[in-house]
Structure formats: C-alpha cells, structure tokens
Design a protein around this ligand. Structure first.
Ligand code: GLN
Length: 491
C-alpha cells in the first residue's frame, strides 16, 4: 500500500474500513512522520502518542466487533492548541497557560472523538490566536514546509504546516480574522471557516467571542467537508450556536468535484482590486477565474464600498473583546502564577503574573482594547466600529442578491520570510486584508490552493452567504479539479 501519510482522509478511512490497514498502523505512521520531521517544522506543541494509539485501538476493536464506523473513523487529526482537550495540555500558545490541562473537552473535540477520529496532538499558534505568522507563539515559531525560512501563516500556522508536512491528514483551526484561511493559503492546503455559530465555540479559549469560529483544515476540499460535517451543528452550550440544520457540505464538495459550475455566479469585489495584492498573487487569481469560467461559471463585478474599513474596524472590535476575555488570566484561576511570596497583595500578584505571562502582541491588543472600551472613547471607537460592521454586512447582503459567492485571493502576499514583519504590527495585520470582511459579516469562507507564485502557494478565497456553507465547498472543489495538486518539496 502507498505511504498512508500521503493519502487523503477519505482514502485512509476507506482503507481502515476495508481492513486494508488498521487505525493503529495509521496512527503509528503519522507519529513516526512527526518524529522524523517536526524538529524542523515545529507544527506541534504537544504530541499525544498514548492517547492517539488508545483511540486508534478503539476504532480497530469496534471494526473487529462489526460495529458501524463513521466516515472518518480512525483518521488522525491535529488540533490547534486554543481548543481544550481533556487532560491534554492546552496552552493557546501562551506562557500564561503553560502546563494547564483542561478538565473538559471542547464540543468539537467530543464530536471528533465520538466519530472515531484520532487526535495526534496540539498544534502551534500565535499566542491566543493573535497574529498572522505563528511567530507570536511563546514556544517559538512554526516553519513553512514549502520553505523553512518562511512563515506558515497564522494564527493557526501549526495546523496548516502539519498538513503540508504530511504529519496529519486533517487539522482543526479557529478563524477570527483569517487564521484558518490565511495559513491554508500560504501552505498550499485547504482551510474553511464555517458560518459563525455553525460550529460550537464551547471549549475554545476565547479571543473575540463575536468572531471566533472553529473549522476544518485538510489537503483536499472533500476532506475538509467531511470534517466540517463531523464538528458542525447546534450546541446548547454555546449561546450563539445556530439551531439550524448543517448544510450538505459533503454533497456539495462532491458535486463541485464533477467540475460543472454552469449557472454559478461569482462576484469579484471591485474595491479589492485596488488593495494591492502582489502581482504574482493577482496573476494566479486571474487564472483561477478563467478556470472557473471554463467550468461554466459566470463572473460579475460587484461593489462592496465598506470593505476598505474592515481592517480598522476589526482591529477595534477584536482587541476590545480580547481585553475583556483575557481578564480571566489573573494567576489565580489557571496556569501561571508569579510573585506570590506571601507578602504581595493579590492585585500585585495578578499584575506581575500578567506581565510575565503575556507576550508583546497580546499586551498590545489588551491595551488597545481597554482604551477603545474606556468611558468617553467607547462611542468613538468601539461603537463606530460596530456601525462599520453593520455596513459591511449590508455590502455582503447586496452583493449576494446578484451573485452566489464572492471570490478573491485569500491573502495579498505569499508566505513571507520569518522576522520580516514582526517589527511593524500594521504590516502583519495586512495579511488578513481579504479575509476579515467575512468574519465581520459572519458568513462562511474557504481558501483552496489555486497555484504557485515564485514557487510558493497562493489560495483562492470563496465567500458565501451565512448558512450557505455548501456553496463555497462546491466552487472550491470545482477549482481543485482544474488546478494541478500543489506538492511541497520533500523535507
Ligand atoms: N491575524 C488576525 C489577528 O491577528 C486574525 C487572527 C485569527 O483569525 N485568530 O487578529
């Protein structure tokens, strides 16, 4: 049999179901691959060898007993470290949570366990998911398997790098402003942000609660859809979870894979054209449009005049919510405590702990957010940003009256060199120029590999109306049939 670490999740599940291989052998092959390459990639913060082999053993036992297996039973998955896993370290990439083992699983984790997925471990990320390069991890950066001198995107760079390095066939990410799609784009993998509220936030370590959305990462669109179907659906433990049926994302991905897009209208946002994506990225984008037109789609230019304010609005809303969410890390309830020598007042211990436990980008966000929410400034900053958010949602609504989906490059530039943007926060924030609008609106969006620019991957972003996640899978799967697979150089 071919090397299982190169196979899709779909193929792995079929091989386990038919008895061609066992879930334990599949888990071992991936653990071996991690042992062989992760010292160079650093996609993982924690590898759960024992847990993975035990979970795989259960799937093999269930199969031997003739029990029915789910469509992804026995398939390994890597989980971003911002998602709680019972008894398994969950640090969110921060020193302040070093050594913390959550007493419970996130809803998406329990759903994966119930479906027989095998959790390999926890992946590296920018601290508390704030960043676009994984360089803000307190545990050192992740390296892009396409070029180890370059960033793998962020904040979920570990999840996407694990896929590109064949350390895992599936991964979980979270997307607040682009952290699933942008790492997907720059590592040549697929990353999907479901409709906000379509996947449960219960058990995510919160960054910006009105934006945080967990979702699937994979090397194929169908694999992403299969994982989406496992984790999505209403959860009473999340107050913003949508009590609606999950769209048939797997069926849509399979429909798209037939390569027929007749009658599908793609909207190209006029205002994005002037936003300065690299020429190489724009060239791949234009080729993708041509390929989609050949498959029967129609391209329509649409205007979304408020998208130009998305980035500044996001950088008020997200830090504001983070300044409130991160108040819980006070050295008393979780993780790190510094300076508790019996003489210090509680407030001082909290302050010393937060000073030592948070990194520079997190501190910057807490300060911006606290300022934006402070009395006298609230209306001018946070209130104004919320109004912009409404205008952006209206732009989406108007566009979706004319087209089925919007398409754009996922990112303005390909993977950049490590260290080249950390000194200038604004340069780092620009990585999410095209991904942030759909977060503010709440609709689903996916990044699918579209081609190479100077030897590095470029992603196409497909954005759909809220609860029409199936549409983006269809278009993404169609593009996949038209683009040769992107294979990173051997590690
Ligand atoms: N890069 C964006 C930020 O720094 C998005 C992060 C995310 O989606 N978690 O906030």
């Amino acid at each position: 049999m071919t090397d299982v670490t190169r196979m899709t999740a779909t193929a792995i599940a079929a091989a386990i179901a038919s008895g061609e291989t066992s879930a334990v052998d599949v888990a071992r092959a991936h653990l071996d691959r991690i042992a062989a390459v992760d010292d160079r990639v650093h996609a993982f913060l924690h590898v759960d060898t024992e847990g993975a082999l035990a979970a795989a053993g259960k799937v093999d036992a269930a199969r031997a007993a003739g029990e029915p297996l789910g469509p992804l039973a026995g398939v390994p998955v890597a989980v971003k470290d911002v998602v709680t896993t019972k008894g398994v370290p969950s640090t969110a990439g921060s020193k302040i949570l070093e050594g913390w083992k959550p007493p419970y699983d996130a809803t998406i984790v329990s759903r994966m366990k119930d479906a027989g997925l095998v959790i390999l471990g926890k992946t590296n990320m920018d601290e508390f998911a704030m960043g676009s390069s994984t360089e803000w991890s307190a545990y050192g950066p992740t390296f892009n398997p396409w070029d180890l001198t370059r960033i793998p995107g962020g904040s979920g760079g570990g999840s996407s790098a694990a896929l590109a390095a064949y350390e895992a066939p599936l991964a979980i990410g979270t997307d607040t402003g682009g952290s699933i799609r942008q790492p997907g784009a720059v590592t040549g993998t697929v990353g999907a942000k479901p409709t906000y509220g379509g996947t449960s936030r219960y058990g995510l370590i919160a960054f910006s609660s009105s934006l945080d959305t967990p979702g699937p990462c994979a090397r194929s669109v169908e694999d992403a859809a299969l994982l989406h179907a496992v984790i999505a659906g209403h959860d009473p433990r999340d107050s913003t979870s949508i009590p609606a049926a999950v769209p048939d994302v797997v069926g849509a991905a399979r429909l798209g894979a037939t390569g027929d897009l007749s009658g599908v209208r793609l909207g190209v946002v006029r205002e994005f054209a002037g936003e300065g994506a690299e020429p190489g990225v724009m060239a791949v984008f234009r080729e993708s449009l041509e390929a989609l037109v050949k498959l029967g789609a129609e391209v329509v230019e649409v205007s979304c005049p408020h998208f130009q304010y998305a980035l500044p609005a996001y950088y008020l809303i997200a830090p504001s919510e983070c300044s409130s969410n991160l108040a819980r890390f006070d050295g008393v309830r979780y993780g790190l405590r510094v300076g508790d020598d019996g003489n210090r007042a509680l407030e001082e211990v909290m302050s010393v702990t937060r000073e030592a436990g948070f990194g520079p980008e997190v501190k910057r966000r807490i300060m911006i957010g606290t300022y934006a929410l402070s009395s006298g400034y609230y209306d001018a900053y946070y209130g104004q940003a919320q109004k912009v958010r409404t205008l952006i949602s209206r732009d989406f609504a108007a566009a979706f009256e004319r087209v089925d989906v919007l398409v754009s490059p996922t990112t303005p530039f390909v993977a950049f060199e490590l260290g080249s943007r950390t000194a200038d926060p604004y340069q780092m924030y620009l990585a999410d120029l095209f991904t942030i609008p759909s977060n503010l609106y709440g609709g689903p969006a996916i990044s699918v590999p579209a081609g190479l620019s100077a030897g590095l991957p470029v992603g196409l972003q497909v954005m759909a109306p809220t609860l029409a996640d199936d549409r983006m899978y269809r278009v993404a799967a169609a593009l996949e049939t038209a683009v040769p697979p992107l294979t990173p150089p051997a590690l």
